[in-house]
Ligand binder design. Structure first.
Ligand code: ATP
Ligand code: MG
Length: 170
């Protein structure tokens, strides 16, 4: 179905607000234009939940988390950024692997299986999108989700003939 990403992100942020408050972290959502993609609302909700769960877990008290979404190339770009502990450069390529956690010592008081980001990436790719991460140790982390434009539903109504490939069985 069609999913309003701006609404979905706000919804997940409001859901997480009590947890952020308990952890002494500011949670902010930037206002956004209507951003719509075709996708699975439950899966995309889970994706944002996992990103915010990480941002809260890995940001010390006094820190700040910002979520925003903007239209991009017909699709959307959503960003969750935090002012947390960051990820050492050499670990960045591996954090999307299943069960991978950056050394246990720095994350010993945070539970976790090391699955959240691998699930997020699988959901992004199932939607034809991409998930990227940028981080600076001791300064913070940004996770960027891009999702493509909603695929046109049903037949064309502008009088053009369909491309032959659109008529092939899937
Ligand atoms: P789970 O999500 O299964 O509860 P997890 O949070 O450890 O466990 P992932 O969400 O996959 O697993 O993240 C993998 C690792 O990447 C984390 O253990 C942590 O070391 C690092 N990481 C992820 N997000 C952040 C972040 N926002 N700031 C700092 N480190 C992060
Ligand atoms: Mg996680």
């Amino acid at each position: 179905g069609s999913v309003r990403i701006d609404e979905l992100l706000s919804e997940v942020i409001e859901h997480m607000r009590p947890v952020a408050e308990e952890n002494g972290v500011m949670l902010h959502v930037e206002p956004s234009a209507s951003t719509e993609v075709s996708g699975d609302a439950d899966q995309l909700r889970r994706l944002f939940f996992n990103l915010l769960d990480n941002a809260i877990k890995y940001t010390p008290r006094g820190g700040r988390i910002v979520g925003r979404v903007e239209p991009s190339g017909g699709g959307i770009l959503a960003i969750v950024s935090d002012t947390g502990i960051g990820i050492p450069h050499e670990h960045l390529p591996r954090v999307f692997e299943r069960f991978y956690r950056v050394d246990q010592a720095r994350t010993q008081d945070t539970g976790g299986a090391g699955l959240g980001l691998s699930i997020c990436r699988a959901i992004a790719e199932a939607h034809g999108g991409q998930l990227r991460i940028e981080s600076e140790l001791g300064r913070g982390t940004r996770v960027l989700l891009s999702l493509p434009a909603a695929r046109p539903q049903g037949g064309r109504t502008d009088g053009h003939h369909r491309a032959e490939s659109e008529l092939l069985p899937r």
